[in-house]
Write a protein of this length. Structure first.
Length: 140
């Protein structure tokens, strides 16, 4: 009886680990596509709580549900089982961020940096110009 309990407990722990691993992959992919749990739940026709439990590995995810999740996320089901590194949004240079790519965002950041330097330069010029201009005094 004790051996059966140990085997059952070990099996349950392994199942829980697999569920958590699948849920983590789903979460990373969902987040990389800027979707909320609420968006996913709505697309799947389930409650946000039920969807959250799947991502956290608390409940088993039926194959039919995995297929539906993959369809919503526009990935193959096999993506949920990969053990390698998942590409993050910051590493995916071809990924669109709304209407801008990573390259577009980097270019904007560079332009903002240049503008900040120009503003500082103009402020410095403005302050140095005030010091050079003699103050007008009232009187005759």
């Amino acid at each position: 009886m004790l051996i059966w309990c140990l085997i059952t407990t070990t099996s349950l722990m392994e199942i829980r680990f697999v569920n958590q691993s699948i849920g983590q992959h789903i979460r990373k992919i969902r987040q990389s596509k800027d979707l909320s749990q609420e968006n996913m739940a709505d697309e799947l026709g389930i409650s946000k709580g039920a969807y959250s439990k799947m991502e956290r590995g608390i409940t088993d995810i039926p194959l039919s549900r995995l297929l539906s999740i993959a369809k919503v996320l526009e990935v193959e089901v096999s993506e949920f089982f990969k053990t390698g590194k998942t590409i993050s949004k910051a590493e995916d240079s071809e990924k669109n961020y709304g209407f801008a790519t990573k390259g577009d965002i980097e270019e904007l950041a560079h332009m903002i940096g240049k503008l900040a330097k120009e503003i500082e330069s103009l402020k410095a010029q403005s302050l140095s110009g005030k010091e050079k201009t003699p103050a007008k005094r009232g009187g005759k």
